[in-house]
Ligand binder design. Structure first.
Ligand code: NAX
Length: 328
């Protein structure tokens, strides 16, 4: 039998955690033949709730679930981890400035990065979901100098999937007809969903849509503000769709992306497409042999250039702010 893969999930007692853990345990994260051991990391006050979720996981009798352990400190939580899903974060509360938010999250993602550095397995792969995801990933990576920077990624797959669904609705197709869509930049309101290289049933998406006003005034804001629309409708933020995107991201990272298509993930920039080197920015990516690679050679038109530059500028500002705070 295969050795179980250790998967650490932070914020395990939260709403994304509740939507995520059962799918991991059922084999959807790594594959139907890969046993997993779950390591749930929570703050002490939420350990009891995590224990309740663990009881339900037991009650599912998942054949692939080789064990569940619960921790209230990062050192133990990340010991031996092969995959780490960093979901728990400090949300912005009323009256909180951006600097306060970055600092509070630095207090979470710095120590978690250090614990990953010191105790995770050599093949550790990290996905940051907790917001501000890109910059939290940068903080964790900076605290883990012995782990290759490419192992720290942030989630824009939910934005990618939202864009697929909006474009399918507009073009009267289904998401499986759509390929090569890209989310650029930050997982925030400045993100840029780009359809200029996308294909709808084999045809160029921008030509099929042929409506730049719809792109600028409907598509882009609908994708970027979808999180707020979900809160407005559901009375709670996206949880199942966020968990689904996390599953997609890690699944593709480990198992590869399909030939002839790409996806979106926030990974450390190597300077491609004029994106400042070192920031963790969303790109068009393929996964090969367990590594993300940025899709090269795409032409960037004026419409896209301005929007990529704006979202990258925001990431650079966030990086400079956490640098000033001594968090990286
Ligand atoms: P919840 O508030 O339901 O759960 C968060 C959990 O994290 C809580 O149980 C809390 O006790 C735990 N936690 C806090 N600090 C911790 C720490 N230091 N160590 C371990 N656990 C800790 O939030 P939920 O709805 O699950 O969302 C989690 C995060 O995902 C938020 O930051 C949210 O903004 C972010 N999102 C990111 C998305 C993305 O696309 N990148 C989309 C969905 C989501 O909004």
């Amino acid at each position: 039998a295969r050795t179980p893969v250790n998967v650490t999930v932070t914020g395990a007692a939260g709403q994304i955690g509740y939507a995520l853990l059962f799918r991991i345990a059922s084999g959807q994260l790594l594959g139907a033949d890969v046993p997993v051991k779950l390591r749930l990391l929570e703050i002490p006050q939420a350990v009891k709730a995590a224990e309740g979720t663990a009881m339900e996981l037991d009650d599912c009798a998942f054949p692939l679930l080789a064990g569940i352990d619960i921790f209230d400190n990062p050192t133990d939580g990340f010991a031996g981890a092969n995959v780490a899903l960093l979901v728990g974060a400090r949300p912005r509360t009323k009256g909180m400035e951006r600097g306060d938010l970055l600092e509070a999250n630095g207090g979470i993602f710095g120590p978690q990065g250090k614990a990953i550095n010191d105790g995770a397995a050599d093949d550790i792969r990290v996905l940051v979901v907790g917001n501000p995801a890109n910059t939290n990933a940068l903080i964790a990576s900076a605290a883990a100098p012995d782990v290759p920077a490419e192992r720290f990624t942030a989630m824009t797959r939910l934005d990618h999937n939202r864009a697929l669904s909006q474009l399918a609705a507009k073009t009267g197709t289904t998401v499986s007809d759509i390929k090569k869509l890209t989310i650029w930049g930050n997982h925030s309101a400045t993100q840029y969903p780009d359809i200029f290289h996308a294909e709808v049933a084999g045809k160029n998406a921008a030509e099929v849509v042929n409506d730049e006003a719809w792109l600028a005034d409907t598509f882009i804001p609908t994708v970027a503000k979808r999180g707020a629309a979900i809160i407005e409708a559901r009375g709670a933020s996206s949880a199942a769709s966020a968990a689904n995107a996390a599953i997609d991201h890690v699944h593709d990272w480990v198992n590869g992306t399909p030939e002839g298509d790409w996806t979106s993930a926030a990974i450390p920039s190597d300077g491609s497409y004029g994106v400042a080197e070192g920031i963790i920015s969303s790109f068009p990516v393929v996964s090969k042999n367990g590594k993300w690679e940025i899709v090269q050679g795409l032409e960037v038109n004026e419409f896209s250039r301005a929007r990529i530059d704006a979202t990258v500028a925001e990431l650079v500002e966030e990086r400079d702010a956490v640098k000033q705070l001594g968090l990286i």
